[in-house]
Design a protein around this ligand. Sequence first.
Ligand SMILES: Cc1cc2nc3c(=O)[nH]c(=O)nc-3n(C[C@H](O)[C@H](O)[C@H](O)COP(=O)(O)O)c2cc1C
Length: 165
Amino acid sequence: MKTAVVYYSLSGNTKDTAQKIAAEISADLIPLEAEKAYPDSGFRKFYWGGKSAVMGEMPKLKPYDFDASAYDLIVFGTPVWAGTFNPCIRSFIHENRDVLKDKVFAVFCCHSGGGGEKACRKLREYLGIEKWKAEMSLIDPKDRPKQEDETQIREFCRKIQEENK
Ligand SMILES: Cc1cc2nc3c(=O)[nH]c(=O)nc-3n(C[C@H](O)[C@H](O)[C@H](O)COP(=O)(O)O)c2cc1C
């Protein structure tokens, strides 16, 4: 299946995993960035990012290259922000809802200790799908690397590549 990994990453954890997945299954990477960047340090980072996520904001995205017709499967990669998925992912789905119909979806969330499953569920509901082809949550995989992350990523890639599931 021709696959795109659509992700947002503020501090590199989600990006790191997105790159590993793309390398493993020969997928294209579609990084998203807000036109007005979120603060990436100190109190402001958690305050503005958390508020934006909780409020369900849809920030204007920098231009990105995404031709939906080229892909069968979309993998979303998001950090957990205040228990939910990242606002740039929300913007992307909002902008592409029509062309995402009939795609197959998988998801991975990076977080620092909790909320991965909840964020994946919220994203699934926002997309309006019944289930993910594959789902994974990792704890700060770049900042706190663990051998089991590599096992999880390989298993995630295996599920993505299974036929008709
Ligand atoms: C605004 C903001 C809110 C966050 N909220 C949560 C949270 O609710 N639960 C959690 O476990 N981690 C939370 N985190 C931590 C990140 O999800 C975690 O460090 C993740 O691995 C960062 O991914 P990134 O490096 O790709 O940006 C938050 C981080 C930020 C910046």
